[in-house]
Design a binder for this molecule. Structure first.
Ligand SMILES: *Cc1c(COP(=O)(O)O)cnc(C)c1O
Length: 490
């Protein structure tokens, strides 16, 4: 599989590159992204072949078919990380919650959020490329809560890679913060920033773009990279579970092979939904992908009106913070697929300079042929959490946004796969509030209250966090980030 660029080629970048090159330098000509040049058509034969395969067997065959330049032994090692999930024989259970609604649980990995699905294997792949090239990498990550723990967990003690993770001090849940500040490995550094997520994110962008910072690192023989969600090394692992979830429904006799379904995805940077789109392109029988958002509803407006409009918009803090995003980076890859590189470049440059673009009616119809969208506010989300709980299912606030979108957008009588992206343990104060009206609870109290109400234990890796020693206590002003990073690299 070769990769080309969403905004066309500027004559300075290669015309096409390999998978490992796309992982190491994810930014393409004119600030665009890399995308596969073509996808194989897998069709029903591939699905039928894997009806009785394990998750890892399916994944191995898919990655082999996609023909990436990673050695089979490295792919095996990467996929073996799914053995750390709750049930190694099925890392992604799919459970019935309502008549036509099935939840695919993507959160059974070590950090209890769906970021593990891609970051766990990605850590092995990146570290092995670095070793093979004899290069040292510094990975920078800015997190609002889920990416940080998942990135630290996957790169912990891996050769040739060091990680610096920036988080907004006071801007994450207790559980998310403890998952980061109790990580203890010589190649990891966690830095709290006095500021919000945008401050952490813009500090990171500044460093990634700074020639002097890169030169300073080069003098130490270190190259800079990022583990953000536009990296195709993450996207590729997000195609697999859509195919797996479909096959689970066939195995459970819920659908027959070839029957169409809806995919219902709680979306932020659009990596999860993009994986579903690529699976569909390769022949997964999908009627539409339903995009669920919270009050930061740019994606709902884009899909329903064809207009991406950020003029005067600010991020609204919500109870589903992993989706508090205005610039949804992977949408660019959809634009490229539907409209080609010239138009994508024009639209993305419009978004960057005017904070706005508008698709034509024709283009909007193309988008709507594949996607539907709706958004859910915090009060509605809590209503869905309570309703599901009363029916015997405990879910987190991100997953809840999908229930609103399902009610609005699943218009045909087809089965729907809702993707659950976080375990209840990561957002317990919101859930406790939805279930009992209790407000202002600390995570530990909310966890215990929910555990009692639901008669379900708090998983050990969450409970253990509260007694684990804090090893990463750095909290600094954003002006001092660069100095702090250079100190760590000494
Ligand atoms: C990252 C994340 C999302 C958003 O996923 P995207 O792939 O960025 O659209 C949704 N829910 C949770 C819990 C997440 O951590």
């Amino acid at each position: 599989m070769k990769f080309i660029e969403t905004r066309g080629n500027d004559g300075k970048h290669s015309q096409e590159i390999t998978f490992s090159e796309a992982i190491l330098s994810p930014i393409a000509s004119f600030g665009g992204l890399y995308v596969p040049k073509e996808f194989p058509m897998l069709g029903e034969a591939f699905l039928t072949k894997h009806l009785n395969s394990s998750y890892k067997e399916l994944a191995k065959d898919l990655l082999t078919t996609l023909d990436i330049d990673i050695e089979p032994s490295v792919i095996d090692e990467a996929l073996s990380l799914y053995d750390k999930f709750d049930d190694p024989s099925n890392p992604v259970p799919v459970v019935k919650v309502r008549d036509d609604l099935y939840v695919s649980e993507l959160y059974h990995g070590p950090t209890r959020a769906f970021k593990d699905m891609a970051l766990q294997p990605f850590g092995v792949v990146l570290s092995s490329i670095a070793q093979k090239r004899g290069e040292e990498y510094l990975i920078l990550a800015a997190t609002s809560g889920d990416t940080g723990p998942a990135a630290l967990e996957t790169f912990k003690n891996r050769p040739n890679v060091r990680v610096v993770c920036l988080y907004p001090d006071g801007g994450t849940s207790d559980v998310q913060r403890l998952q980061m500040v109790t990580e203890d490995a010589a190649n990891l550094k966690v830095i709290g920033i006095k500021g919000d997520f945008d401050d952490a994110q813009s500090a990171l962008k500044r460093l990634l773009g700074s020639a002097t910072f890169k030169d300073t690192l080069k003098a130490k023989n270190i190259s800079l990279s990022a583990a953000n969600s536009v990296n195709f090394g993450r996207i590729i692992f997000q195609i697999i579970y859509h195919i797996h979830s479909y096959l689970e429904l066939v195995r459970q006799n819920v659908i027959t092979m070839g029957e169409k379904v809806y995919l219902d995805v709680p979306s932020g940077n659009f990596g999860n939904a993009l994986g579903g789109y690529y699976a569909t392109k390769m022949g997964l029988p999908v009627e539409k992908i339903i995009i669920a958002s919270n009050e930061n509803n740019v994606l709902t407006r884009l899909i329903n009106t064809g207009r991406y409009d950020l003029r005067g918009e600010k991020v609204i803090p919500t109870t589903s913070p992993a989706m508090d995003i205005l610039i949804s980076s992977n949408v660019e890859r959809i634009l490229f697929d539907l409209l080609g590189p010239e138009r994508t470049k024009e639209l993305m440059q419009g978004l960057e300079s005017e904070r706005f673009y508008a698709l034509s009616d024709d283009e909007t119809m193309k988008l709507q042929a594949m996607f539907a969208a709706d958004y859910c506010n915090g009060a509605e989300g809590k209503g869905y959490i309570k309703e599901a709980f009363d029916g015997g299912y405990l879910m987190d606030p991100h997953t809840a946004t999908c229930f609103k979108a399902y009610d609005c957008c699943a218009t045909l009588p087809l089965k729907t796969i809702v993707y659950s992206t976080a375990e209840w343990t990561k957002f317990s104060p919101t859930i406790a509030n939805a279930l009992s009206g209790e407000t202002g609870a600390r995570d530990i109290d909310a966890l215990e209250a929910i555990s009692a109400m639901a008669s379900t234990p708090i998983p050990d890796m969450i409970k253990g966090l509260f007694s684990k020693p804090v090893t990463q206590s750095t909290v600094i002003d954003k002006e001092n980030i660069e100095t702090e990073i250079l100190n760590f690299l000494k």
